[in-house]
Structures are given as structure tokens and as C-alpha cells.
Design a protein around this ligand. Structure first.
Ligand code: MG
Length: 254
């Protein structure tokens, strides 16, 4: 892996689409969620005005922008409201892509997750370390203050499901199918792109497949994911900010 400052205009020559993970890349890590009885409180994070302007500039230079997140569509639409006319949103870990009002569903998880949901509710209901189930359509996301072996044990009984722990929550996913790589490959079909046309930026375990499916992978946490280039985890700027600054500078000075 090379530090991002070594990326050159030549590396960007075939890039048509830039893919950003959200948490840890466009906003700081950490989701605030609280569930009391039937009331779920979930804080919406705000994308800085600066990043919105940078994305607009990349769009004006002709780049497609894809957001790839484990979050639900409702939340991504809220975060990217101002630029929804041109960004595509791949959500719930590659399960579907929203683009200009149309939803392209990539994975149907209903049959494989319907029976596990009540089991997970049961083992987590009295656990004080469980903060809540994040509202999702295709994946199950359980926020916890620490890893919980009962959750892992329930999922381990289902041979085609896995847990991915990201430090603040478990995502429960269909093994191999429900990955950000599935989402990227399907988004590439929508836009008729090849691997070498994609630059992707991610920081967490669920980004590994995404980065591997892209031509120019950039890791924002090299202890968790591997890329061709990397950024420091605690840099002066948010990873997306640093990447966009670099691309805009290279494009404008070439
Ligand atoms: Mg992330």
C-alpha cells in the first residue's frame, strides 16, 4: 500500500465513478441510537457543506458518485438530500441501489432472515449492552456497547448467515451475497462500467469486498482493510475530504 499523496493523474486516467463509504469516510464514525420499548431514537449525521461542494465539483468534472453504506435508504437520502439528483445510493451493504428515484434491488434476504429475527429479539431483550436494532429493510443491524456472544451464537446456527462486528454494531448478513461488492458490481452494470473505472474509499471490515471489487481501492484504516493506497486514520481531514482534495487538485492542474 502506498500513501495517498503518491496517487497520480495517470492512476485516475480510467476512473469514471468514485465510491464513498459513509461512516468514517464522509462523517466521523459512531451512530447514536437508543431504543426504549417501541421507541427508537436515531441521530442523523450531517455531511459537512464542504464535502457536498467537493462532490458537486467532482460531478461537474464528469465523475459519477456512488455512496455505499450499511445504512438504510431513508437515512442516506436525508444525508445527501442536496445532491440527490446525481448521486447513486447503494445501501444496506450492497442490498439495493437507489438512483434518481428508481430502486434496483440486488438481494432478496427475506426467506433467509425471517426466522432469525425473533430469536435475536429474544436473546437481546434483557441485555443492557444492547442499544437497539437499527431500522433496516434487508439486513439486521444491532447496536451494542460491546460484542455479545448470544448474538453470535444465534447467527452461528444459520449456516448461510454471518455477523460482521464493526466496533459499535453487528450487521447480520447473507454470507458472500450481501456485501458491498455485490452492490458495486450491480451499480457498475447500471452505469456500464468496468472494474478499472471505479475508485473506492472505505475504512471498515465490511468495505474489504468493496475495495477488492474496485480498480483503485483506498483504505482509510489500514489495520482493518487493504487498498492500493491508504490514508491515515486520524488525519487532519476526513478521509473523503482528503481524497476529494487530491483528485480535484490533480484534475485541475493536469
Ligand atoms: Mg465506514
Amino acid at each position: 500500500m502506498k500513501p495517498l499523496n503518491q496517487i497520480s493523474i495517470k492512476d485516475l486516467s480510467q476512473v469514471k465513478m468514485i465510491v464513498f463509504d459513509v461512516d468514517g469516510i464522509l462523517v466521523q464514525r459512531g451512530t447514536k441510537i437508543k431504543q426504549v420499548g417501541n421507541t427508537t431514537t436515531l441521530q442523523t449525521k450531517i455531511i459537512n457543506k464542504k464535502q457536498i461542494e467537493q462532490i458537486k465539483e467532482l460531478h461537474e468534472l464528469g465523475f459519477l458518485i456512488n455512496i455505499s453504506s450499511g445504512r438504510g435508504l431513508y437515512m442516506l437520502q436525508e444525508m445527501f438530500r442536496e445532491i440527490l439528483s446525481f448521486v447513486s445510493l447503494t445501501y444496506e451493504n450492497g442490498s439495493a441501489t437507489w438512483y434518481q428515484g428508481k430502486i434496483h434491488q440486488h438481494v432478496n434476504s427475506f426467506e433467509r432472515t425471517k426466522d432469525i429475527f425473533p430469536k435475536l429479539k429474544r436473546v437481546t431483550s434483557a441485555n443492557k449492552n444492547v442499544k437497539g436494532f437499527e431500522p433496516k429493510e434487508f439486513i439486521i443491524t444491532i447496536h451494542c456497547t460491546k460484542k455479545i456472544k448470544e448474538i453470535e451464537a444465534v447467527v452461528a446456527q444459520e449456516k448461510d448467515l454471518i455477523t460482521v462486528w464493526n466496533g459499535e454494531a453487528y450487521d447480520i448478513l447473507i454470507k458472500k451475497d450481501q456485501t458491498k461488492a455485490t452492490g458495486l458490481k450491480q451499480a457498475m452494470k447500471i452505469f456500464k462500467l468496468k472494474k478499472e473505472n471505479v475508485l473506492a474509499v472505505g475504512d471498515n471490515y465490511n468495505d474489504q469486498e468493496l475495495l477488492e471489487a474496485s480498480g483503485i481501492p483506498i483504505s482509510a484504516d489500514k489495520s482493518r482493510v487493504k487498498g492500493k493506497f491508504y490514508l491515515p486514520l486520524e488525519g487532519k481531514f476526513l478521509p473523503a475530504d482528503a481524497v476529494m482534495q487530491k483528485i480535484l487538485l490533480l484534475k485541475k492542474t493536469s
